[in-house]
Design a protein around this ligand. Structure first.
Ligand code: HAM
Length: 414
């Protein structure tokens, strides 16, 4: 029979790996709550225009990477490639404008038809925060500080550096774009095919090109900072001074434009060298124009998202024991005694599983693969003496415990 393979770029995640995912999501939920964020959940598919309008029809994400299809009712649907546009759609369509400001945390799968490689999947998990309706540079710094706190809590702060940039307001960007297009047009023949094709649709993205051929032209390109108007300079300076005051280290990277079209003012990325070419673990910025792109009023907003798959890869020694106790009856006749134990455990919120039948040493091997901490073994002798054998897999030690002392002993050992 032909086995059906999983789709390229997707991943099946089992128990201990899933614990790592949940650990990171829970830490992110906790840190975001420390910053005043509340959890929300949004659909994983939306009408296609939710993404095509604000992310830019010319952006890579929309032009090449979305999973877009017509559903059975003829509606044009896109699986969400990111969370931000859907959150803003919800604010506008669900009448949440009167409730602003809102600080929202979310997590879940995103979908991009990218070329799969280490750290790059077609279905991947993100956690994200969006601060909507909060104006001003302090909010940008707070969002960055929230990202920094999460990485610190995960023990990854030393593996990641923070790059920040300002794309300025609309006026500054229009001026800069014009000067950049002039410069790039003069150097067109030196650019790669891909960058040449981007010039008329999305010139800023050329600054982000990884093509070797483009690097010299990019290096000598006009700098964004020379085109920022006073308002944009003031905003960026304040963000930097808040970061300085919080002791958050950063580099100003003038070429940081990010792949989505909705950004203005502050953009930022936490990057690691430990994941090869897919080194961005957490990225975001201010997106004051997004609401208008979706047909809403002007709403200031800022946020970030982090790739959970990448955070899991970076956090190499997460794999904690599950907290589930495995109970092993030596013979079939010992089952009833074990079931009674199980009922007591569950009534006391102790997680457990029972191994029914099979060879004892084979079962022990299977259990050790499951990364359990405690095993309880029950044979005739134990039942007769109202005892169990408690084995601690983390130390290898095993001892006989009276049934009456078992609950206390387990609570200490887990
Ligand atoms: P993004 O930079 O496109 O931003 O994605 C955020 C993070 O998601 C990346 O830094 C990376 O860790 C992870 N990621 C992206 N694509 C993949 C992939 N194919 N495989 C694995 N991980 C991936 C956004 O999505 C914006 N919505 C962030 C934001 C929120 N800006 C403002 N608010």
């Amino acid at each position: 029979m032909i086995k059906i393979q999983s789709v390229r770029g997707t991943k099946d995640i089992y128990s201990s790996a899933m614990r790592n995912y949940n650990y990171i999501i829970n830490e992110a939920r906790f840190v975001s709550e420390l910053f005043g964020y509340e959890e929300a959940s949004f659909p994983i598919f939306e009408r296609a225009e939710v993404y095509s309008r604000p992310l830019g029809v010319s952006s890579d994400v929309v032009s090449k990477e979305t999973y877009t299809f017509e559903d059975r009712g003829g509606e044009n649907i896109t699986l969400r490639p990111e969370g931000t546009a859907g959150v803003m759609r919800s604010i506008l369509s669900e009448g949440k404008i009167n409730d602003l400001p809102l600080r929202l945390f979310y997590s879940g799968p995103m979908f991009r038809y990218e070329r799969p490689q280490k750290g790059r999947l077609r279905q991947f998990f993100q956690i994200g925060i969006e601060s909507i309706g909060n104006q001003g540079p302090l909010e940008d710094a707070e969002v960055i500080a929230c990202g920094a706190s999460l990485l610190k809590r995960l023990g990854l702060d030393r593996d990641c550096v923070l790059n920040i940039n300002s794309l300025g307001d609309e006026e500054s960007r229009t001026l800069y774009r014009k000067s950049l297009v002039d410069y790039l047009s003069k150097n067109l023949d030196k650019l790669s095919q891909l960058s040449q094709s981007r010039l008329s649709i999305n010139p800023l993205r050329i600054l982000d090109s990884k093509e070797l051929q483009d690097q010299e032209v990019i290096y000598k390109a006009p700098l964004f900072s020379s085109y920022l108007n006073n308002l944009s300079i003031d905003h960026f300076e304040k963000v930097k001074s808040f970061l300085n005051a919080s002791g958050i280290e950063y580099s100003h990277n003038e070429k940081l434009v990010r792949g989505l079209d909705y950004y203005s003012h502050t953009t930022f990325e936490f990057i690691t060298t430990k994941l090869g070419s897919q080194g961005t673990v957490l990225g975001g910025g201010r997106y004051d124009g997004l609401s208008e792109m979706l047909g809403g009023p002007s709403i200031p907003a800022v946020g970030f998202a982090a790739g959970v798959d990448r955070l899991v890869m970076l956090s190499s020694n997460l794999d904690e024991a599950s907290g589930i106790i495995s109970i092993l009856p030596v013979e079939e006749e010992n089952f009833v005694y074990c079931y009674k134990l199980i009922n007591i455990f569950r009534e006391n919120d102790i997680k457990c599983e029972i191994f029914k039948g099979g060879n004892l040493s084979k079962n022990l091997k299977k259990i050790s693969k499951k990364n359990r901490k405690l095993i309880i073994i029950v044979g005739d002798d134990e039942i007769q003496k109202k005892q169990v054998i408690l084995k601690d897999l983390s130390t290898g030690a095993q001892q006989k415990i009276k049934k009456t002392d078992l609950l206390e002993k387990i609570k200490i050992s887990l």
